[in-house]
Design a protein around this ligand. Structure first.
Ligand SMILES: NC(=O)c1ccc[n+]([C@@H]2O[C@H](COP(=O)([O-])OP(=O)(O)OC[C@H]3O[C@@H](n4cnc5c(N)ncnc54)[C@H](OP(=O)(O)O)[C@@H]3O)[C@@H](O)[C@H]2O)c1
Length: 322
């Protein structure tokens, strides 16, 4: 039995965590929900019982409790140190701790062994990284990657509850610069001095950390008018020639992946746990280059589901096998 908590329980990811936890086989003796004063007092149902949202500032953490974090980085930096000091385990969805050397950045199908007994803080990778490494992980033993290029088509839910509300509202408005509706925004967040945006730098930094390999990632990230589901066009340059048929077979055998014949569309994955890969092909002039598309529900596998899968690994370690 574990005691669990969700911080940011009223947001898009927090809400999905609650829904994934409902169906998880985890034995939870107590679940506590936290948000700001804006949502405190609201009740959310969990396994048939109403649970009241508490104010984060009044939180009292317990040793051994496992907390899922679904807040911004700024908020995470405020509440996580106190939770760790009290002896709790934290799985954080924000980018605050992802690149810390001693914080494992985990996708359970890809690098479960990054979790060591000394760790109590775990980072969930960014949504666009999770689905990329779900596809790259099973392929890393063919031959080393020379480089990986990825162009993302990211849904508006990647910017939270506010993103979905904005797209709904804009459906009745004339599009302007920055609109989600009838538009593509080729810049997610502000560019850094290098010209790359924070969203692109996450793919550059997080991907090699998770795979434990050193190779350059060339990212271009865009926001598209889709509610749920990020889609990515991926190109891998292997060191040796690698046949598309073998890649397809390996991905078909991999946990959490589905190979699609439908061309890889976000509507295929909305509300599902799968990362879908499609249109796997060799470059006609270079047998060491593979291209494919990959899509996943960014709120689910890209955030809530992945965090709950990490929680299950930690719970097993604390309480022993079920
Ligand atoms: N959306 C995605 O696809 C996705 C994917 C991967 C990772 N993430 C990351 O997951 C995190 C949450 O994203 P989201 O999309 O769920 O955002 P969201 O819909 O805006 O929800 C934010 C949540 O954080 C709470 N909150 C705000 N300030 C807080 C504070 N100071 N202390 C404690 N709680 C606070 C909010 O509570 P109130 O109701 O009280 O305002 C709300 O519950 C972000 O770091 C995001 O980058 C999101």
């Amino acid at each position: 039995m574990v005691k669990a908590g969700i911080v940011g329980a009223t947001g898009l990811v927090g809400h999905e965590m609650l829904s994934v936890l409902q169906k998880s086989t985890l034995s939870i003796s107590e679940l506590r929900l936290f948000a700001t004063a804006r949502s405190a007092g609201r009740t959310l149902n969990f396994r048939g019982l109403p649970h009241t949202v508490e104010i984060i500032q009044n939180a009292s953490w317990e040793k051994g409790m496992i907390i899922l974090g679904a807040t911004s980085s700024e908020a995470a930096l405020q509440w996580i140190p106190g939770a760790l000091a009290a002896g709790a385990y934290v799985i954080d969805n924000s980018s605050a701790y992802r690149m810390n050397k001693d914080v494992p950045l985990v996708v359970p199908e890809v690098n479960p062994n990054a979790i060591k007994p000394r760790h109590r803080l775990f980072a969930n990778p960014n949504c666009s990284t999770i689905q990329l490494v779900m596809a790259l992980g099973p392929l890393r033993n063919f031959s080393p990657f020379e480089w990986v290029s990825v162009a993302t088509y990211q849904s508006v839910s990647g910017s939270g509850r506010d993103g979905i509300d904005a797209l709904d509202r804009q459906e009745h408005e004339k599009p302007v610069i920055g609109s989600f509706h009838r538009n593509i925004i080729c810049e997610i967040g502000s560019p850094e001095p290098s010209g790359y945006t924070g969203e692109e730098i996450k793919l550059v930094m997080e991907t090699p950390k998770i795979l434990g390999m050193n190779f350059p990632v060339f990212p271009s990230c865009a926001r598209v008018p889709v509610k749920i589901g990020h889609t990515e066009s991926v190109t891998i340059k292997f060191t040796d020639n690698t046949a598309a048929g073998k890649i397809r077979q390996r991905l078909e055998e991999s946990s959490g992946i589905r190979v699609s014949n439908l061309g890889c569309q976000p509507v295929e994955v909305e509300g599902t746990d799968y990362t879908v890969v499609g249109r796997i092909r060799n470059h006609p002039m270079d047998g060491s280059i593979i291209q494919f598309w990959v899509t996943a529900d960014n709120v689910r596998k890209g955030a809530a589901l992945n965090a709950v899968q990490i929680m299950e690994l930690i719970a097993k370690r604390i309480t022993g096998p079920a």
